[in-house]
Design a protein around this ligand. Structure first.
Ligand code: CDP
Length: 247
């Protein structure tokens, strides 16, 4: 039996993706990111100073906070539980690790970038949408901070995007929505840079196990998705490509 995608997509097809930069006013970087019905507001703020372990090194830092809003899922969840959950901690650390790959911390100097990812609507793939949209918000913030003179040079040294893939009925599918995520026996989150270099892979068999052949198929699908996301990110930051150091 072949899995029929509820929204009629091809197995290798992304959901409709969009980035709305400048969605809110006060943070230097602000991007509303949509992957189908998953909607996340990513903001990027800057502060002077770094965590203690970096003080005096001349290097900056990037950290991330992730939260689902109480009514982002079908059943309302209390804010306090969302704040403390292990899932929240795991996801915000993944977002931070992933986006640190896009920053040259010497160029940033002793400053801290904070990426806030707030999930307005969760239809699966929230961590990968937060990373992909978080990168666009970083570029948006760097553009604003250079313009206002807070930064003298761009600390962006690479591009980062992420996507989910999974196995349904033994076959790979790209960018699962919630119905698919629930049905998937194997669930992957893949983070890559502009050269399709791997930054992080999370790959869990919820049922049984997966083979090396299936692993390769999943990574092939992820690569195809990320190639499209890298292009969409560049379209969203059109005019700011020069912020990517070395280009
Ligand atoms: O969102 P992402 O796929 O990165 O993470 P997940 O932990 O695999 O969750 C998949 C989906 O399950 C979320 O996007 C939500 O739609 C849903 N979910 C939920 O409804 N309530 C939770 N406490 C956690 C997840």
């Amino acid at each position: 039996m072949v899995w029929q995608r509820p929204d009629g997509r091809q197995p290798y097809e992304l959901r409709p993706i969009s980035f709305h930069a400048g969605f809110t006013r006060f943070a230097p970087g602000s991007v509303l990111t949509k992957f189908g019905d998953t909607q996340i507001l990513c903001t990027v703020s800057v502060s002077e100073g770094v965590p203690k372990f970096l003080a005096g090194t001349g290097k900056g830092w990037l950290t991330s906070e992730y939260r689902m809003l109480p009514s982002s899922t079908q059943e309302r969840q209390p804010r306090e539980l969302l704040k403390l959950s292990g899932r929240t901690q795991e996801i915000q650390r993944l977002i931070g690790r992933s986006l640190r790959a896009a920053i040259d911390f010497e160029a940033l100097g002793e400053r801290t970038l904070t990426v806030d990812a707030d999930v307005l609507q969760a239809d699966a793939g929230t961590r990968t949408a937060a990373i992909t949209g978080g990168f666009v918000a970083l570029a948006h913030a760097v553009g604003q901070l250079l313009h206002s003179g807070v930064l003298e040079r761009s600390p962006l040294c690479g591009q980062v995007a992420a996507i989910s893939v999974g196995l349904l009925q033994g076959e790979p599918y790209l960018d699962l929505n919630y119905i698919e995520d629930v049905g998937a026996a194997v669930d992957f989150n893949v983070v890559m840079n502009q050269n399709l270099g791997i930054i992080e892979i999370q790959g869990t068999a919820e049922e049984g196990s997966y083979s090396r052949t299936q692993l390769n198929q999943l990574l092939d699908f992820a690569e195809k998705g990320i190639q499209q996301l890298l292009i969409a990110q560049r379209e969203a930051i059109a005019g700011w490509e020069h912020l990517l150091v070395g280009e």
